[in-house]
Design a protein around this ligand. Structure first.
Ligand code: RUQ
Ligand code: CUA
Length: 677
């Protein structure tokens, strides 16, 4: 959701007929900050000690993933995904540029909303993290032994990849629905023809269980609603996925009015096992679709493969695949409880939280308890699938997570609170204010079969007056609550990078000891890798110059290069010879029009440099790597085009500009290097 101003929030409250604004916004019980000392103790992680959970936050319009420790809220890492990152050359280095290829060309930015941990038997397994690119529809997969993006798959026929990427119990699929319906295939039609020409496409992406590699298995063409969020079934409801939709009115402008007409919109319940059968029975149609599939290979180099078609299913061709569950008032989130029985919707404008029952839904389907159909899709009777409604939960329910102890927690955007209720009788048990306008909330494992229900995190849209002001834009923010007792206790506010739409977390011990400490230099397969200083060299082919350079504490080899000419394109291929944890080197050169490089131990990275002036230009290491880091520098001489200056570099094997190999670092040097860090 975009960030509403306080004024907009108030307008919305008034629009809802909320006369007791004060009560709604700030009167949700006296603020229950844990007694200060008590709260401080609960989030204090002593220097040198580790956090209990890794939490992965979407960066929102920052296009990345932020990794934080909980309960401290300390930022551990910023992992670039869809957005170029000049800090380490992501999307600038030659090895990573293809990761941002799409059918629209190179797209170096996206709006990331939902991190999803891969699961085994419905429980986060710590293998991968998936995250959606909302704007130019894509799904990325991060490897959690390296905290790096390894794969990005473009989703064709989608136009706002918001209800994405939600995994099934064993990552059989990552599902992705389109928020915006569009003409499928794209064509030149009037927007006025929305109702007849626009469709909303859902995508099922298969994940290879050994490698994690993604592939589009099939797509489902649905009516032109806005498919907002999703969750997959679990346990008894495994084999199904649920997508909320709004704009069942099929309005095509001013949706704030036109899409709020119907009393109920729909949750689309998709039986993906039936869909699989229909594809196997050739009931799908092969439709042309061009999309990029970007994957980092074993040599550490990203490559793009182009998809050319998809298998398209329609509800008409595949009976029993889709049912609509009427759900009040433009539902946003849809969440399935740990038992797999309850399907909870968050109707932004609804006054109750509707809870559908999976077993009742099965019975309703068997009994044909339909009220009719929409575009040929059977609509189940609301009463027939209802397990119950949570009464008077607050205003603006959005998302629900679970603690695994029979309780649900729903974020209330308008009344700015988290509401805890019982899955037994749907009665509200507790409420705690958030500051302010909470969007998603998160409990570690809270959308899985086995939540670690100790903390809840509120991911807020507004932080007015919570932090030191920083000009027109204030920090984004999360808040941590202790939910181990009967009553929720606010423990901590902490700022986040980008808009933290959603987050997921798992216990630190699931990842801590599985981290890759360095890339094996021996196994480095980059085509431009040089594994010893003896092999460093400079090669010219026409106007292209390749510099095969190494870095090791505390020098580059070569560190003097002459014979570059104006009009050349120079590729610096840097291999970091270190085989020691936490010793990256950096590489930066004057006037580079892209970024620096950070080379991890054992890794090769390449940056392109087009010299623009005659002269002698320094390059240097940017990452403080040793006591002699500041000495880690060199020069490139650039001569006029056609100059007689010979191509020269200093290296142990160069015929005229020979220097001793310095690669074997003396033990003393090593000690000093560590001391210097
Ligand atoms: S959204 S505030 Cu983009 Cu997940 Cu609900
Ligand atoms: Cu290498 Cu600093």
């Amino acid at each position: 959701m975009s960030r509403p101003t306080i004024r907009e929030t108030l307008v919305a409250l008034v629009g809802l007929g909320c006369t007791a604004i004060v009560a709604a916004c700030s009167g949700a019980g006296a603020s229950r900050v844990g007694a200060t000392g008590d709260a401080a103790e609960k989030v204090y992680v002593a220097p040198g000690k580790y956090d209990e959970f890794y939490a992965f936050f979407s960066g929102g319009f920052d296009g990345q993933v932020g990794v934080y420790g909980l309960p401290s809220g300390r930022l551990l890492k910023h992992v670039p995904v869809f957005s170029q990152n000049s800090e380490n050359g992501w999307g600038y280095s030659e090895q990573t540029k293809p990761m941002l290829a799409t059918s629209y060309g190179f797209v170096p930015w996206d709006d990331a909303h939902h991190p999803q941990l891969s699961q085994t038997r419905g429980v986060p397994d710590g293998r991968w993290l998936f995250i959606n690119g909302n704007n130019t529809p894509r799904i990325a997969r991060l490897d959690l032994t390296r905290f790096e993006t390894e794969e990005i798959l473009e989703i064709p026929n989608s136009a706002g990849n918001h209800s994405s990427p939600f995994v099934t119990e064993n990552n059989e699929y990552v599902v992705a629905g389109t928020r915006f319906s569009v003409p499928v295939p794209q064509r030149d039609v009037s927007i006025e023809n929305y109702k007849q020409d626009f469709s909303g496409v859902l995508s099922y992406i298969r994940v290879d269980s050994a490698t994690g590699h993604m592939a589009i298995a099939f797509q489902i063409r649905l009516p032109g609603f806005d498919y907002d969020l999703s969750h997959s079934g679990k346990g008894p409801s495994h084999g199904w996925s649920f997508f909320t939709s709004y704009n069942s009115e099929e309005g095509n402008s001013k949706l704030e009015v036109s899409a709020s007409q119907n009393d109920k919109d729909y949750i689309a319940a998709i039986n993906w096992k039936t869909a699989e059968q229909c594809v196997a029975q050739k009931k799908s149609v092969t439709e042309p679709a061009r999309y990029a599939h970007n994957l980092i290979g074993e040599d550490g180099v990203a490559r793009t493969e182009w998809g050319s078609s998809v298998q398209m299913l329609t509800p008409k061709a595949c009976a029993g695949m889709v049912y609509y569950l009427p759900t009040p008032k433009s539902p946003h989130g849809v969440d399935v409880d740990p038992t797999g029985e309850f399907i909870v919707a968050g109707g932004k404008l609804a006054t109750v939280i509707p809870v559908h029952s999976f077993s009742k839904m099965q019975k309703a389907i068997a009994d044909h308890a339909f009220t009719g159909d929409v575009h040929g899709i059977p609509v189940l009777k609301y009463e027939a699938t209802m397990a119950g409604e949570v009464q008077n939960p607050g205003l603006g329910p959005l998302h629900t997570e679970f603690d695994g102890k029979g309780n649900a927690y729903t974020s209330m955007f308008l009344s700015s609170e988290i509401v805890k209720w019982s899955l037994k009788d749907f009665k509200v048990l507790d409420r705690a204010p958030t500051y302010y306008s909470v969007g998603h909330l998160m409990i570690p494992g809270g959308d899985s079969r086995k939540p670690w229900g100790k903390y809840a995190l509120a991911l807020n849209k507004i932080t007015k007056d919570r932090y030191l002001p920083t000009g027109p834009e204030l920090t984004q923010s999360a808040q941590l609550y202790d939910i181990s007792g009967d009553r929720m206790k606010l423990l901590l506010d902490f700022p986040t990078i980008g808009e933290p739409h959603y987050a997921q977390a798992l216990p630190a011990e699931m990842l801590r000891d599985r981290q890759l400490k360095m890339y094996s230099l021996k196994d480095n397969k980059d085509p431009y890798a040089v594994k010893t200083e003896m092999k460093t060299r400079v090669e010219r082919t026409g106007k292209v110059v390749h510099v095969l350079m190494t870095s090791v504490r505390s020098h580059f080899m070569p560190d003097k290069i002459e014979g570059i000419q104006l009009g050349d394109t120079v590729y610096f291929h840097l291999t970091n010879l270190e085989q020691d944890w936490d010793v990256p080197h950096g590489f930066a050169i004057t006037g580079a029009n892209n970024a620096e490089l950070l080379m991890m131990p054992g890794q090769t990275r390449t940056i392109m440099w087009v010299p623009q002036r005659i002269g002698v230009f320094p390059f240097y290491c940017t990452d403080f790597c040793s006591a002699l880091h500041q000495e880690m520098q060199g020069y490139v001489r650039v001569s006029p085009r056609g100059s007689k200056v010979e191509l020269l570099w200093n290296s142990p094997t160069h015929k005229s500009w020979k220097v001793a190999a310095l690669q074997a670092t003396a033990p003393g040097h090593e000690t000093m290097a560590r001391g210097g860090r």
